[in-house]
Design a protein around this ligand. Structure first.
Ligand code: AMP
Length: 509
């Protein structure tokens, strides 16, 4: 048996001297370097005692070495477990205790604080040791990798073996480890390569974090499986984007990237003329942003929808109309349906319900949590995504919001997206978030936080008034708050849990 994921990397590889990555400091990384360095990490991990099926947990800043550590882990037959670099030591304690990794790799600055938690979980603590520095710190994992050889016999792993565990962002309750097999990752990335027409000529502008499915699997695996290359930026910074844009052919981003770039005068039709594709995902892209981007650059952003547990589920078409405010069609091989959340009965077109998916992209279950896994799958194998949406008569999928964000007020269901769309359409509004807050009479009260354009005259009172003849009374916000910005996580998702917390007693005090 061969190593399912890494064999595919090898079989799709261009000439060894072809570029794999261009780093922000100008260093180039060829496919031959990728093979050598990932072998060195595989050797270093094996020397540390990492065995097939062991977890290698990693909390480091973004770097090419971190990506090589991902590939080295896969080659060693182990399970890569990236953790958000923003997690605090207390949060890390939970993840290490839950995952019980054989090795935990962290940044040198956090070593002292994290040592007791690594010890408690029985994990060997290592530092990656290289962060945009020509010096490799003595004793670090990179130092060990450098001393190790570039020959490594990839450990046999089949399609169903685990390649990674990614913890979900967990805005309610403890986050859970989604177990992803070699085939979950490879099948999805190959589908995306075809669907988005990636070839060896492509150069991807990569400014996403690599602890998340978007930057790690969608971006990196698509490049590896198309033999293309990427410009690896440590983070999203408009100056760096514009500096590297002339060399790129494609970019993948979260909606915030597009919103921020639209605020920059350097974003012109000429600057983007050579680009082939802009992809957005991980959070809803406002239809307004899609329209503005098209007007400014001539490009229709391709919006797609996926999640940690399922990889990518849908995509707007490469050819054909990319419809703003929709996430397109189910990808080849992915079955998607919209059902009544209670009965599980299939719904007709344009009817809002729970989105469920099935296919080779769907994960193997939650790590050490069979009850939760069982609860989120239907008996016929469909995974209950937790996202509410609908399929329109043309077949485009629309996401209406997370199921837990549904507001039930006076016995009526209110879909926040419908109210947000009305608010966003008003004069002088940037964006809004609508959420439910405990209300003594109605159960929940519809509440809105709204960002107003600088200099615009809209106020909470004018917004509330403008909605009066646009929405049924029960859908109208009982209170509107004008706020400077909406709280977002690193992937650009609006954190409604924080808004619910902040305004929790406005109707009861
Ligand atoms: P994560 O597991 O962090 O990737 O988050 C997955 C969730 O992000 C999904 O369940 C959706 O709620 C949301 N999401 C991802 N892509 C989109 C999109 N294009 N439009 C709306 N929501 C999205």
């Amino acid at each position: 048996m061969a190593n399912h994921l890494f064999d595919l990397v090898r079989s799709r590889m261009p000439a060894p001297q072809a570029p794999f990555a261009i780093l922000d400091d100008g260093r180039g990384y060829s496919y031959a370097d990728m093979l050598d360095v990932s072998a060195r990490f595989a050797n270093a991990l094996t020397a540390l005692g990492v065995k097939p099926g062991d977890r290698v947990a990693v909390q480091v800043e973004k770097s090419i070495e971190a990506l090589m550590l991902y590939l080295g882990t896969v080659r060693a037959g182990a399970i890569f477990l990236p953790l958000n670099s923003a997690y605090t030591p207390a949060e890390i304690e939970y993840f290490l205790g839950d995952a019980e990794p054989a090795v935990f790799v962290c940044d040198p600055a956090k070593e002292t604080a994290l040592k007791p938690f690594a010890d408690k979980a029985g994990a060997k603590l290592e530092t990656l040791g290289v962060w945009r520095s020509p010096e490799i710190s003595a004793g670090s994992l990179s130092d060990k990798a450098l001393a190790a050889g570039t020959d490594f016999a990839d450990v046999a792993r089949g399609p169903g073996d685990l390649a990674a565990i990614l913890y979900t962002s967990g805005t309610t309750g403890r986050s859970k480890g989604a177990m992803l097999s070699h085939d979950n990752l490879t099948s999805n990335a190959l589908t995306l390569v075809d669907d988005w027409r990636f070839t060896r000529d492509d150069v991807l502008l990569h400014a996403l974090p690599i602890f998340h499915t978007h930057g790690l699997f969608v971006a990196t695996n698509v490049i590896l499986f198309s033999g293309a290359s990427m410009i690896l930026l440590p983070k999203f910074d408009p100056d760096e984007i514009f500096r590297h844009l002339p060399q790129a052919t494609t970019m993948m981003g979260v909606p915030t990237f597009y919103v921020r770039l639209l605020q920059d005068a350097r974003l012109t039709r000429e600057a983007c003329a050579h680009m082939r594709l802009f992809v957005s995902g991980s959070a809803p892209l406002l239809a307004e942003t899609h329209r503005e981007w098209r007007e400014r650059t001539g490009h229709a952003i391709l919006e797609r929808y996926g999640m940690t547990e399922t990889n990518m589920n849908t995509s707007n078409p490469y050819d054909g109309e990319r419809v703003a405010g929709t996430v397109g069609f189910p990808l080849p091989g992915v079955a998607l349906r919209v059902v009544d959340p209670e009965s599980g009965k299939g719904l007709g077109s344009d009817e809002i319900g729970m989105i469920e998916v099935k296919g080779p992209n769907v994960f193997q279950g939650y790590w050490r949590n069979p009850e939760k896994t069982k609860a989120e799958f239907r008996p016929d194998g469909f995974f209950i995504t937790g996202d509410l949406g609908k399929i329109d008569p043309a077949g485009y999928v629309h996401i209406v919001g997370r199921g837990k964000d549904l507001i039930i007020t006076g016995g009526y269901n209110v879909y926040p997206k419908e109210v947000e769309t009305e608010i966003d359409g008003l004069e002088g509004i940037v964006e809004s978030a609508v959420f439910g807050v405990a209300h003594p009479d109605f159960g929940e009260g519809v509440t809105a936080a709204v960002v107003v354009k600088p200099g615009a005259s809209a106020t909470a009172a004018t917004i509330a008034q403008a909605l009066e003849d646009r929405l049924a009374k029960f859908k109208q916000p009982k209170q509107v708050f004008v706020v400077p910005e909406l709280p977002r996580n690193t992937m650009g998702k609006v954190q409604k849990n924080l808004l619910r917390e902040q305004y929790k007693d406005i109707y009861t005090r």
